[in-house]
Design a protein around this ligand. Structure first.
Ligand code: SF4
Length: 675
């Protein structure tokens, strides 16, 4: 045993949606390290982020007291001063412009209990449904698409069933970097004999393990998925019994799929027709196939249609409702699933109960107050409304949209212009610097609560150390703020909040703290006995096929002025806008951004490895250092969004998928120039 450690505190990782369980080593009220915990889906595995990314908890850069902007400078203030100002300004703005002029951004990094309270605060006290969070940037298309196909927008199976699959089909996801412990699980499955098919424009690490690896042209996933389905259908490899008994709208789908023959799809995707046939046969012949996907599918103007095409393939092959199969949208942040479940969305209350008269009446009676009737705006609609002056006050919790939103210059300018901006965070982020009031919150290590991971497992977050200075847990801040508006919420602990969630959120009806502590709670539909969704029937009754056409690759195609295509994503040793990971040892591993470019493209521009160049799109320009990489297709460049010094979202396009309002972060046209 490590003699230096006073206690080990079991909790949930604060980084990605895999939701690994870990133990914080605590000595003298300080976290001094992390060790693994074998009790959950991660079975003791942790990636570098979970293992080495914890030092941000005690950095001097933590916010320790509220700040109020005076004469353009953020100045130390008391909690009373901050709360009084927030109450005064929200009331003034509501009185002058109506509650429609107020919006709030919740967070995929705060707990379920906190997301629940935030949306309750915005809806019941500020009377606005303009509430959203970063799920809009990643899996809103999954929620819309899978809900339309199956009746539920979530991962259908559990992480460890990967080990029971015969075939894993990874498309538009890079698990070994973005969801590393799922990446380990995939490799473990391969060692047990599973097959792997990878489809990605970039060479990702898993490509080298794949039985079949194809590189479709960026933005052509729908054509590829339709092409695979076409072959499976034509060669009779589909599951006729499943389709006949459990689905609907198959005939119209089959008609639409007719034209997606291998030759046609080869032309669009750039993949050999024979390879498309081989992929389809391997997929069609597998007994248990799991499709794993992420933002390579969703962050396109046709993101929802991409998800529908995945759902079609899973139903065609009968891979829904059984072990080792299913559809796995890999969630990005640690509690993005939970933030959605809690109703931190503009059109639904907790558990995806739509905003309609019946549900509104229920929540009016449950919360004892009137509620706004009209669904609110989504994240990118909110940032546009801020820019246009329609939204006058914005309350942002635990997000850094100045760096994470597409068309970043536009977003930043909007935040500079807005009448009143409140940011609640653990650091003075780029967005917090623009705020009128900054509230210091606490990290995952300093509070209690629950997170829900990508497989719908609800897990405890345990307080290990005291917060720095005057920082308070988000749930405590919401309770105090509600008091300023005359609402006296009586919760004494996050458990009290969960007890209320149990009563109004059907998916969480059985999620009591006792059950969660026992490690057994996957959210599920009441009456269902297994963590696997859609076992006997789909949540919506029958699974629904949707005829989805390939229409275009992107809103913005490369052209003479902007001949390259920029795609953005994550890398292993950093995380999101770097607010946490860059204040830890991880910074030593990946301290700077590179723009990844194929060597032939670099040569065509007469540039060199390590050269710093200007990267330009229609929306702005930034500088970045070239890294030659044959993992990139020629003509396509890649950047992350982890570094404030190279803010790639200045370049990205905010064109939206019309169904989910997810922006096209995976594709925009750029040029590179010598400096
Ligand atoms: Fe944390 Fe995700 Fe890594 Fe697990 S895989 S340790 S949840 S970052």
């Amino acid at each position: 045993a490590d003699k230096k450690v006073d206690k080990l505190v079991k909790t949930t990782c604060s980084y990605c949606g895999v939701g690994c369980q870990l133990q914080l080593k605590v000595q003298d009220n300080q976290v001094i390290g992390v060790t693994s915990d074998k009790s959950s889906s991660n079975k003791g595995h942790l990636c570098a982020k979970g293992q080495f990314g914890w030092e941000y908890i005690h950095t001097e850069k933590r916010l320790t007291h509220p700040l109020i902007k005076k004469n353009g400078t953020l100045t130390k203030a008391t909690w009373d001063e901050a709360f009084d100002l927030i109450q005064k300004r929200f009331c003034e703005i509501s009185k002058h412009y109506g509650s429609e002029a107020i919006a709030g951004l919740a967070s995929a990094k705060i707990t379920n209990e906190e997301n629940y309270l935030f949306q309750k605060f915005m809806r019941s006290i500020l009377k606005t449904n303009h509430i959203d969070h970063c799920a809009r940037l990643c899996h809103a298309a999954s929620v819309v698409g899978l809900q339309a196909s199956f009746g539920s927008g979530a991962m259908t199976n559990t992480i460890n069933e990967i080990l029971e699959s015969d075939l894993l089909f990874v498309i538009g996801a890079n698990p070994t970097e973005a969801h590393p412990v799922i990446g380990y699980r995939i490799k473990e499955a391969l060692r047990k004999g599973a097959k792997l098919v990878v489809a990605d424009p970039r060479k990702i690490e898993l490509s080298s393990y794949a039985d079949i690896f194809v590189r479709q042209n960026s933005g052509t996933d729908i054509a590829l998925l339709n092409g695979i389905a076409h072959v499976i259908y034509k060669e009779g490899l589909w599951n006729k019994e499943f389709v006949a008994n459990r689905t609907e709208e198959f005939e119209s789908w089959a008609k639409a799929i007719e034209k997606y023959c291998p030759a046609y799809v080869a032309e669009i995707t750039g993949i050999d027709a024979e390879e498309i046939v081989s992929m389809a046969r391997m997929i069609g012949q597998a007994k248990k196939m799991m499709i794993l996907y992420a933002m390579g599918i969703t962050q396109h103007i046709h993101g929802t249609n991409g998800v529908l095409a995945i759902a079609n393939l899973a139903m065609l092959t009968g891979n829904i409702g059984k072990r080792g199969a299913g559809v796995a949208p890999l969630r990005g942040q640690n509690n993005v699933q939970g933030a959605c479940d809690m109703g931190a969305l503009p059109n639904v209350y907790p558990s995806y109960q739509p905003i309609n008269e019946e549900n509104r009446k229920f929540f009016e009676s449950f919360w004892g107050t009137s509620l706004p009737a009209k669904p609110g705006m989504t994240l990118n609609e909110i940032t546009h409304a801020v820019y246009n002056g329609q939204i006058k006050a914005l309350y942002i919790v635990g997000e850094n949209p100045s760096l994470s939103e597409p068309n970043g210059k536009h977003v930043k300018e909007g935040f500079d212009k807005i009448d009143f901006l409140v940011v609640q965070d653990i650091f003075l982020t780029e967005t917090a610097e623009q705020a009128d009031v900054v509230l210091p919150a606490v990290s995952f290590a300093e509070k209690d609560g629950t997170f829900t991971n990508t497989e719908r497992k609800i897990q405890r977050v345990h307080r290990a150390v005291s917060p720095p200075g005057e920082a308070r847990a988000d749930w405590e801040i919401f309770i105090e703020l509600a008091k300023r508006f005359g609402q006296f919420w009586s919760y004494q602990s996050p458990e009290d909040i969960m007890n209320e969630i149990n009563q109004c959120s059907p998916l969480y009806r059985e999620a009591t703290y006792d059950q969660i502590e026992a490690g057994t709670v996957y959210w599920n539909y009441p009456g269902t006995q297994t963590p696997i969704l859609h076992t006997e029937k789909f949540v919506r009754g029958k699974g629904k096929f949707h005829a989805v056409e390939f229409i275009s690759t992107a809103a913005e195609e490369p052209c003479e002025d902007y001949p390259l295509l920029l795609t953005t994503g994550r890398m292993l040793h950093q995380y999101h806008t770097g607010t946490m990971s860059r204040k830890s040892k991880l910074e030593l591993l990946q301290p700077e951004e590179h723009i990844l470019i194929h060597p032939n493209t670099v040569a065509a521009y007469a540039m060199e490895n390590d050269e710093i160049v200007l990267v330009e799109s229609r929306r702005g320009k930034i500088k970045a250092k070239i890294r030659c990489s044959d993992k990139m297709p020629e003509g396509v460049v890649f950047m992350t969004f982890h570094y404030a010094e190279t803010p790639s979202n200045i370049l990205t396009n905010d064109a939206l998928d019309p169904a989910s309002k997810t922006p096209e972060l995976k594709s925009c046209a750029v040029n590179i120039k010598k400096i």
